[in-house]
Structures are given as C-alpha cells and as structure tokens.
Design a protein around this ligand. Structure first.
Ligand code: F6P
Length: 339
C-alpha cells in the first residue's frame, strides 16, 4: 500500500511523533509512506514527499511538523473536492492528523465518497469530542503552568494583578487546567459569561484579606460585556478573535475598577512551539500506531481516541459532531480557589 500522512490546522507538539509512529508501523507491514505537504492543500495540489528512514530519523522530540501545515479547507477551494478525489487515486489510504476542522473535512470526505481516511486527534485546545485528551494539550498546559509560576513571583514583588491570556479558541481547557495547576486566583473561560463585577469583587476580597497580588487566567475566546462583534469568520466559519486580545481589555478593566496596578501577559504561540512533553510523545505515538492499525484493517472513517487509558477507535463523525467544551464540574474545581 501507499499510505499518505497529512497534518492540518495549527501546528502542535507531538505531530512528528505521530508521523514517526505511523511510518514505523506501516513499514513493518510492508507499505510505503508519503507525506502530503501542508495539510489539505497538499491533497488539492497533489504535493507528496517521501517519508523514509532518513526523513523520520530524530523527529520524535521535535516540535512543529516536518510535512508542513495550513488551514486549507478543500470544500472552499474551486474544484477542490475533485482534486482531492484525484489525489486519493494516488494513495491507498490517508492518515489525517488534525483538530475539528481537518478531521471535519476527513469525516465529510468519508461520507461523500467513502474516502479511505483515518484520523488522529491533534490540538492544544483539547476541544475534540470522542477522545478524553488530544496530544499537544499536555505540553501547552505545562508551558502555561510554568509561566503562571513565574508570574507569581514578580506579581508578589510588585503588588500587582497579573492577567495571563492563554489559547484555546472557544474552549477553556487550557485555562482551567493551567489555572488549577498554577494556583490562579481567578479563571475566565468562554463557556461561562464574564461578569466584570464578580472579577472586581473577587480581587478586592483577596486583597482585603491581606494578599497584595492576584493572578487572573483568561482564555482567549472569552467575551467581555459590551465588546464589539465584527462578525468576521475564517475558512471554517470560526469567529475571528479580536486582534487586541481579551487579556489587554480585561487588564484595563481591572486596573480602572480596582485601582490595583495590572500587567498583562499574552502567551500566544509559545504554547504551541517547541518539544512535546513525555506524556504527549507517548500519546502521539500510541495514536499513530492505532491509526496505522486502522489502515491495515481497512477500518476507514475512524479516528484513534483515548478513553481512560485505552486507545480505541471512534467514528470521525462522532468526533467532529460538536466541540468538547469545559463542563461545569471541571470549572467548579477551579472556582474553589478563587479570591
Ligand atoms: O487551535 C489551535 C490554536 O492555537 C488556538 O488555540 C488559537 O486560537 C489558534 O490556533 C491560533 O491560530 P493561528 O496560529 O492561525 O494564529
């Protein structure tokens, strides 16, 4: 068989570990593996590159993706799906590694013409259904936790409020996990409407009991009351997040309401860059092996998924049907430590 591998959407620590695992298992089964360049764009433009022992060597700990990535949606490209169909003629199977957008396309291709595709759940946001965790999330949470730890000492030294803006798009998983791990005094996530009076009261309450600094973690997808919605969306229909992020605007509000000196840190793409944690390397490796096994079994339209400690198969349709957002009980764990 000739098996293609593509990585789509935002890059994420662990992508190369998946590519390596798919390649190693597929070679062992006697197959050829090729990289499809830059996500779905490579399927539209028929751009493949060899993935042999030379390309795979040493990539396990490396961040990013050796085959490139874009957010191309072939359903939005003129004649895109015909070109993707033609690309499938050159492959016996495709392993698509991506989040809800990339895998949403895979699910649709499978429904439309039974494309021989299997999926691997990738995203630092951890917002994909069907799997307990995506790879890349643990690395992002570790980076944010370390940042929060560092911000604690400078916040305390200067008696300041520190606002830390983290990624996650429309799900607050990174904020809740890193906020709990870092001992944040307030965590704001898109799943819960922001009440600025509450934020002010919690900070005042904390400072009133002798604490002269606070750490507020805010997820980038939070909307502040009164914020302007320009209605702009990307190729996948996602609302574009404001250029001057929510962190800056929240910092201004906190400082003007409380009078406490406030600084803002936007962690941005640092959360996605660099080497994966050991946990992500292992999860990515297990997902890659499962994807290769699904191809071997001809079990298309499926995605490797983590349930408990087991890697199982779940349908791409189920995985992409709706976003996995933070449930109330998770938020309650973090709320215990507010103020
Ligand atoms: O989906 C991963 C992610 O990092 C989100 O957390 C973030 O909103 C988005 O990608 C950023 O995208 P870009 O790299 O295109 O700016």
């Amino acid at each position: 068989m000739r098996i293609g591998v593509l990585t789509g959407g935002g890059d994420c620590p662990g992508l190369n570990a998946v590519i390596r695992a798919v390649a190693r298992r597929s070679w062992a089964n006697g197959h050829e593996v090729v990289g499809v360049r830059e996500g779905w764009r490579g399927m539209v433009e028929h751009r493949f590159s060899p993935l042999g022992p030379e390309q795979i060597s040493g990539i396990l700990p490396r961040g990013g993706t050796i085959i490139g990535t874009t957010r191309t949606n072939p359903y939005k490209v003129d004649g895109g799906i015909d070109k993707v169909r033609a690309a499938f003629e050159q492959l016996d199977a495709l392993v698509a590694i991506g989040g809800e957008d990339t895998l949403g396309v895979a699910a649709r291709l499978y429904d439309d013409f039974e494309a021989r595709v299997v999926g691997v759940p990738k995203t630092i946001d951890n917002d994909l259904s069907g799997t307990d965790y995506t790879f890349g999330f643990d690395t992002a949470v570790s980076i944010c936790t370390e940042a929060i730890d560092r911000l604690h000492t400078t916040a305390e030294s200067h008696n300041r409020v520190m606002v830390v803006e983290v990624m996650g798009r429309h799900a607050g998983w990174i904020a809740v996990h890193s906020g709990i791990a870092g001992g944040a005094d307030m965590i704001l996530i898109p799943e819960r409407p922001v009440d600025l009076d509450d934020v002010e009261n919690e900070i005042r309450r904390r400072h009133g009991r002798g604490k002269n600094f606070s750490i507020v973690v805010v997820s980038e997808g939070c909307e502040l009351p009164g914020a302007e919605d320009k209605g702009e969306v990307d190729q996948f229909g996602h609302k574009l997040l404001a250029k001057r992020g929510v962190g800056e605007r929240l910092g201004d509000e906190i400082e003007s309401r409380t009078g406490f000196e406030t600084r803002v840190t936007v962690l941005g793409h640092i959360q996605r860059g660099g080497s994966p944690t050991s946990r992500d390397r292992i999860l990515a490796t297990r997902f890659g092996l499962k994807a290769a096994d699904l191809v071997e079994a001809g079990d298309f339209g499926q995605m490797a998924a983590l349930r408990g400690d087991e890697v199982i198969a779940c349908s791409l349709r189920e995985a992409t049907a709706e976003l996995k957002t933070v449930p109330l009980d998770w938020y309650d764990v973090s709320r215990t430590f507010f103020g």
